[in-house]
Design a protein around this ligand. Structure first.
Ligand code: ZN
Length: 134
């Protein structure tokens, strides 16, 4: 089982991990702000199911938590350690970040999860024979 970085990269960039087309078609009317947390249910290019059945979202939550806890919060801690923030403002900023950041990176975390999943299990892509309706 070799990791397919090309599939991960396609997905991370908002493209379908299978066909490579943008997952949002030209007729997608989702607002720019809503695109931060909304992931289309199906690829606009090939119809591949992007939001699979119950439980699949847990991988996106792991990415979301990881990016928030190990990507954003260390920046707040570093700002405090460097003296750029007082302790009370660092705490306020950290609390605000844990509520604001996850919804704003939800779609990105979902794309990273799709890329991770299909990067490792590329044989489960529809082009590999898996059904489209799962
Ligand atoms: Zn597709």
């Amino acid at each position: 089982m070799a990791f397919r970085a090309d599939i991960f990269w396609k997905s991370a960039c908002g493209r379908c991990p299978d066909c490579g087309a943008p997952v949002r078609g030209a007729d997608d009317e989702t607002g720019r702000l809503a695109r931060l947390w909304d992931t289309p249910a199906h690829c606009a290019g090939c119809g591949m199911t992007l939001r699979r059945k119950e439980g699949f979202f847990l991988g996106a939550i792991v990415w979301n938590y990881g990016l928030t806890a190990f990507g954003v919060l260390p920046l707040v801690l570093a700002a405090y350690r460097l003296g750029w923030l007082e302790a009370v403002w660092a705490i306020r900023l950290a609390v605000a970040a844990i509520f604001v950041v996850p919804p704003l990176i939800h779609a990105f975390a979902w794309r990273l999860w799709l890329g991770t999943y299909y990067g490792f299990l590329s044989d489960q892509l529809p082009s590999g024979g898996r059904r489209l309706d799962d």
